[in-house]
Design a protein around this ligand. Structure first.
Ligand code: WTA
Length: 676
């Protein structure tokens, strides 16, 4: 696909055109207690003080050995932070809090069934459980520092316990979102080279206890076919002692964690001191081509960055009750449910289920009961809660001081409901823009320093220096209000180190576009290309418009159109497939599928159903398309390329523009009749 065409199918084009909104100001009460009230932070983190400024974040952590080089650019654009430093992430999130906070809850777990009791896991209890699991992973599973292990787990306390146990050993965890299919998990096992899969028998979703272990068998089979053998599958049980899956355990391969753990009661293992640059975890995300990319995150740089941003942007103090409603299976959960909050000795709420289960009052009942004062979620959940229960928040006596929105652009109308109704006009809002690749926030307002503007993320956070380029690499004037590609001029400690096992793709996708000299070792020559379109208003605030590549942001989850298209092509009758994003009232964007059949086949409902099923098997239910259209032919250029832009316009009831240069312009009219 040519550069031009990539831009043409961008979501930015179909983005809603918002009006400029007025600013809201943080309350004196919020400012009075905030962690960061010094506007001087922007001077301290100016480009002039780069990269040494990030010492301020690294100093929030406890190091076994202090680093000698803050930023090493010798292997540009693979940046090395805090070189020479030695650290352990688990120690920083657990052990070091014991003297002051051993009896404070690290996590409060809220099961989805409302009659199941909450579990408060103190730092001491977390310490004990993490040690037991770490000993098991070392002695029973044979894991060593640097090994990879795939986790395919939902929102249960055993997930962060397992992650921290890995971190304790310097083992690299790769957690796959629980809602992903067995096949998607298997591909990630193979890509990361994991010999161990850790999963669970089942979990609750909308009132049903789902069978999750069945996905493990498929995952192991898929990995094996690709050439990666899994020796052991460790299975947590949602209710220890009771097996919730219909799939049999495989003798000699599958083990119940609760049973094996009995042999490790009270066992301890010292945290392994690892170089700051050792990977902490891999997180897969969708890209332009079919294969998911394993974003490799470092230990020292990543943990510094999430600790710093959790402290100053999430405004977390140890006494706060912080609830991020994301799933730990996504980067938001890694950074802002587990590592950032725990590095600060916060109390982090972990909710198993769906926000609207059993009704739209659920989150506010949880907030009232636990006295949550910091709340963090995505526009999709806000839209859902607003639709299902616009007046529910008023019925509950909770008070947020701070709220976050993340993952998608938020419409000003939705923002205002969040502010007035959910936040009761008391809470500040931060609209945080960032990506799996980034480790932590890139753009947002600083909650006590800036006013908020509905629909806009805000400025670059301290130490992040954004710039907007046009396609040719010319800088779009600051504050011009003109759309372009948002890039970051400088590296930062939270940035991923590379794509696991594929440096070439890392350079090509994120740095090649605007790099003037690929041999340069100077970070100034390597702006980071984010793949999002953005505008900067005269007040300096950035508004993110959406992806400029073939990624669809469905309800805040990134899916690659190519991944979905490959799944469609697995259906025998399908000859060609094109997937486009369509605007959806609740989920932001959802995929819509166009397929053309092989000669000799006729369109029928069964083929449509098979396409949906194939997508669910390959990726998971989150990728389920809004519609499947079986079309007589795809609109194509004379050189035979499918014009996804035309299909996207049809799906979104927009103007298809001039189609006379297509090889088959008549087909556009036929498809329009079908869609409208
Ligand atoms: C989008 C999620 C508008 C953006 C942390 C980005 C946003 C992609 C915002 C990354 C926001 C994220 N406003 N758009 N506040 N935050 N995005 O990797 O398109 O799951 O590129 O990381 O989500 O999604 P990812």
């Amino acid at each position: 696909m040519s550069e031009k065409e990539v831009v043409e199918v961008s979501e930015a084009e179909i983005a809603v055109h918002w009006q400029e909104e007025g600013h809201r100001h943080p309350s004196a009460r919020f400012i009075g207690q905030a962690n960061m009230t010094d506007p001087g932070i922007y001077d301290r983190f100016s480009l002039e003080h780069f990269p040494e400024c990030f010492k301020e974040y690294a100093d929030l952590l406890t190091w076994y050995q202090y680093w000698h080089t803050t930023l090493d650019t010798s292997d540009a654009p693979c940046w090395k932070w805090f070189v020479g430093g030695k650290i352990n992430a688990c120690y920083n999130c657990v052990d070091r809090h014991l003297p002051a906070y051993k009896n404070k809850a690290a996590f409060i777990y809220v099961p989805e069934p409302e009659d199941e009791p909450h579990i408060a896991l103190t730092y001491q209890e977390l310490y004990v459980r993490v040690n037991e699991v770490a000993t098991l992973l070392r002695d029973f599973a044979g894991l060593k520092t640097g090994d990879r292990v795939t986790l395919h787990m939902p929102m249960v306390p055993e997930l962060p316990i397992t992650m921290l146990a890995c971190a304790r050993l310097g083992v690299i965890h790769s957690e796959v979102y629980g809602g992903f299919s067995g096949r998607a998990c298997g591909e990630r096992i193979w890509d990361s080279g994991s010999r161990l899969l850790i999963t669970i028998d089942g979990y609750y979703r909308s009132g049903n206890l789902l069978d999750h272990k069945e996905k493990a068998d498929e995952a192991v089979a898929v990995a094996k076919k690709e050439g990666q053998t899994v020796d052991k599958v460790l299975v947590w049980r949602r209710h220890p002692g009771k097996y919730a899956s219909a799939t049999p355990m495989v003798q000699g391969r599958d083990y119940f964690m609760d049973e094996v753990l009995k042999g490790y009661a009270g066992k301890k293992v010292d945290p392994v001191s690892v170089p700051a640059e050792d990977p902490l975890f891999i997180m897969y995300t969708s890209g332009t081509t079919g294969r998911p990319k394993g974003c490799q995150h470092s230990t020292g740089g990543y943990l510094s960055y999430v600790a710093g941003t959790s402290k100053y942007i999430q405004d977390i103090h140890p006494k706060d009750v912080y609830w991020c409603l994301a799933d730990i299976g996504w980067i938001t959960g890694h950074s802002y449910i587990v590592y950032g909050p725990l590095a600060l000795a916060a109390t982090s709420v972990l909710y198993e289920g769906v926000p609207t289960y059993p009704d739209a009052g659920r989150p506010w009942r949880i907030a009232e009961r636990l006295d949550v004062n910091i709340f963090h979620t995505a526009p999709t959940s806000i839209r859902m809660l607003r639709k299902a229960g616009p007046d529910e928040p008023k019925k509950y006596n909770y008070h947020f001081k701070h709220m976050t929105t993340v993952g998608e652009p938020i419409e000003p109308e939705v923002w205002k409901w969040y502010y007035q109704v959910v936040g009761k006009g008391e809470a500040v809002i931060v609209d945080t823009w960032w990506q799996t690749e980034n480790g932590g926030f890139l753009c947002t307002t600083m909650p006590a320093l800036h006013s908020m503007k509905p629909g806009s993320a805000g400025l670059g956070v301290p130490g992040i220096h954004p710039v907007i380029y046009d396609e040719e690499g010319n800088e779009i004037a600051k504050g011009a209000g003109k759309a372009g590609n948002i890039c970051i001029q400088n590296p930062w400690p939270g940035a991923f180190q590379t794509i696991w096992g594929d440096r070439e793709r890392y350079v090509a996708q994120y740095y090649a576009k605007y790099c003037k000299d690929q041999n340069s070792k100077d970070w100034r020559d390597w702006p980071y290309f984010a793949g999002d379109a953005a505008v900067q208003a005269a007040d300096g605030y950035y508004r993110i418009l959406g992806r400029v590549d073939d990624v669809i942001n469905v309800a805040g989850h990134r899916l690659g159109t190519k991944e979905i298209e490959s799944a469609c092509l697995l259906v025998t009758e399908v000859a060609e497939a094109a997937v486009v994003p369509v605007v959806d009232e609740l989920r932001g964007r959802v995929p819509e599928v166009y397929v053309a059949l092989r000669p000799g086949y006729k369109a029928d409902k069964k083929i449509e159903a098979d396409v949906v099923k194939s997508i669910e098997t390959a990726i998971g239910k989150i990728a389920r398309p809004k519609h499947v259209y079986i079309v007589p032919d795809m609109p194509k250029t004379r050189s035979g390329k499918i014009m996804r832009r035309v299909l996207a316009s049809l799906s979104n009831k927009g103007d298809v523009g001039d189609v006379t240069t297509l090889a088959n312009p008549e087909v556009v009219e036929e498809i329009r009749k079908m869609v409208h």
